[in-house]
Write a protein that binds this ligand. Sequence first.
Ligand SMILES: Nc1ncnc2c1ncn2[C@@H]1O[C@H](COP(=O)(O)OP(=O)(O)OP(=O)(O)O)[C@@H](O)[C@H]1O
Ligand code: SF4
Ligand SMILES: [Mg+2]
Length: 336
Amino acid sequence: MDKRGNLLDVRQLRVIFHTYRGLIKALNGVDLWMDKQERLGIVGETGCGKSVTAQAMMRLIEEPGKITEGEVWFENRDLLKLSEDEMTKIRGREISMIFQEPKSSLNPVFKSGFQIKETLLNAKKATPANAEEEVEKILGYVGMDASRVKNMYPHELSGGMAQRVMIAMALATQPKLLIADEPTSALDVTIQAQILELLSDLTQKMGNAVMMITHDMGIVAEFCDRVVVMYAGNAVEVAPTKELFQNPIHPYTQGLLRAVPRVGRPGELKAIPGTVPDLVDPPEGCRFHPRCDYAFDQCKNVLPPLLEISAHHYVSCYLCQKDGCPSAKKAGEEPW
Ligand SMILES: Nc1ncnc2c1ncn2[C@@H]1O[C@H](COP(=O)(O)OP(=O)(O)OP(=O)(O)O)[C@@H](O)[C@H]1O
Ligand code: SF4
Ligand SMILES: [Mg+2]
């Protein structure tokens, strides 16, 4: 089997949740891949499966959820086939995660320095003799006054400081992949910018890849090399960032970009009409068809495969598999 990325290759990942309302088909065969040191953005409306994708990759789906199908190749191992012991060694060492609410990921009863120290010792990135020194060094890397911050409890940290501590802990083990799930959406705009810059600098220095899960197309434009657009449990478009912004093909991606505020764009922002479907009873075929202006009969029956329509640009839509692609922009037309 040819791997599509030299770090990560997720194939046909499916996750369900048993709930009192019925079976939620949350991931409907997700495909995505990453190269070493790459920064991949995952975007899509709320509920489309971004966080569940990350949790499933890390095997953190708990009851009532279940991974029913798929492969998660991380370098040369399928993470879904490893024992729980082997997986524990990967979590936090080779793949780390940071989240939207940093304080809820920190243990409220321990000082931040102690928590970083434990992470380092567990991952064997420090010895009891040099751990204190390493903690100070790491807090310095994330731009904090180490002697003060290491003695602070999580409730004493501001949101931005707590996220810096989380980033320090996540990167302390020198992971190959950092998954950042909406890492700045709970922060003020100025702090958001500082945290993104910090993530950008540190990950460049350390050479790890970043999967950036976000609602924010501005963050994608600024931070990511490549983007996966998700809709209702599928990756529907995958492209290098510049290509995605200049030439979005999937009608859903076009809708997302039309909803982004732009300086100098006349008229009002157009939200995508309709809502994300209920995943207990999702539409057959292309899950976007009830909201799609271009939908035709074929769309309602079978899910379109994710196909490469031009170099490195993949789309799951029947339109571009027909002759020409009516949704593509013509030469000379306004960019999106
Ligand atoms: N523990 C759970 N139990 C039941 N359903 C769940 C659970 N976790 C996620 N889901 C469902 O899985 C689907 C995907 O959720 P997910 O959290 O991945 O969305 P998301 O794209 O991360 O959204 P957001 O942008 O709001 O974070 C949703 O329909 C959600 O309701
Ligand atoms: S497959 Fe059909 S319904 Fe789905 S996005 Fe393409 S045209 Fe629209
Ligand atoms: Mg989420």
